[in-house]
Design a protein around this ligand. Structure first.
Ligand code: SF4
Ligand code: SF4
Ligand code: SF4
Length: 264
């Protein structure tokens, strides 16, 4: 195995696999591991806290740096408090946006039905919270006993596997989407390259999409989306001042169009 890949893998093995993006690498631990191998400071993993920053410094033979601070208090093991997401199920409208956002597939539910978080799998990464249109997801402290080092490694391996499965599924959705890509994209090519050079992670296949008109179609659809969003905002503003049945119907139609364009 190539030396660089092997170093990235060793760094990745120390990272929590929360895939939260708080290190500044929005698509997860592997891109940060790669960047550390290329020279980036190794103290930016927020959920890993000081123990991970120190372990990375030791691995890389670098000076240990203070870990990036978390908003949560520090637990006994020196890492920030573990959190879990909980959906207020009676308020959930079943829009499914949180499912796509969850990097480790810890949310179950389907269109128009109530959703729920599988708490054993949830890492508290918070990525499901911003997309929820009705703000019905809370974060609560994880009160379970802290995992042993062995249990933590097993958990990390499982989260890594789940994330790769998630990426592969998102890749298939990307190819089959009806509208343009509007949510933050994962650098699938990086994961695919990495997974093809080591057999310790599930292999990720890129799906070819050769149609060169795609970019033009995407640009047109993005303009269309922007127009619809502006109309929706205008209507919402008008409706907040005075109710109007016709405008409500138009708003519902535009929202439907927006969802269709977004491939939801
Ligand atoms: S767990 Fe750490 S390394 Fe992984 S994405 Fe979050 S901050 Fe970055
Ligand atoms: S349920 Fe939410 S907080 Fe929990 S792992 Fe998934 S995205 Fe992160
Ligand atoms: S994003 Fe919010 S409203 Fe939509 S399914 Fe998830 S929890 Fe329910």
């Amino acid at each position: 195995m190539n030396t660089q890949i092997s170093l990235i893998q060793k760094i990745d093995a120390l990272l929590p696999q929360t895939q939260c993006g708080l290190c500044g690498h929005r698509d997860g631990c592997l891109p940060y591991a790669k960047s550390i191998a290329e020279g980036e400071d190794a103290n930016k993993c927020v959920p890993g806290g000081q123990p991970v920053a120190d372990a990375l410094a030791a691995l890389l033979d670098r000076t240990a740096l203070p870990a990036e601070a978390s908003v949560w208090p520090i637990q006994q093991d020196g890492r920030p408090q573990r959190m879990k997401a909980v959906i207020r199920e009676d308020e959930c409208i079943g829009c499914t946006k949180c499912i796509s956002a969850c990097p480790v597939d810890a949310i179950i539910g389907s269109g128009k039905l109530m959703h729920t978080v599988l708490t054993d799998l949830c890492t508290g990464c918070e990525l499901c919270i911003p997309p929820c249109p009705v703000d019905c997801i809370d974060l609560i402290e994880d009160i379970q006993t802290l995992p042993s080092e062995h249990a933590r490694l097993l958990e990390q391996d499982d989260l890594r596997q789940r994330y790769y499965a998630h990426i592969q599924r998102e890749e298939s959705r990307r190819i089959n989407r009806k509208g343009p890509i509007i949510r933050a994209e994962i650098d699938t090519a990086l994961f695919a390259r990495f997974s093809n050079q080591t057999d310790t992670v599930p292999s990720i296949e890129m799906t070819e999409k050769s149609n060169k008109n795609t970019a033009v179609q995407d640009a047109k659809a993005i303009i269309e989306l922007a127009k619809i969003r502006t109309q929706i905002k205008k209507l919402e503003k008008q409706l907040s001042v005075r109710n109007d049945a016709q405008k409500r119907i138009l708003l519902a139609e535009l929202s439907q169009q927006l969802n269709t364009l977004q491939g939801e």
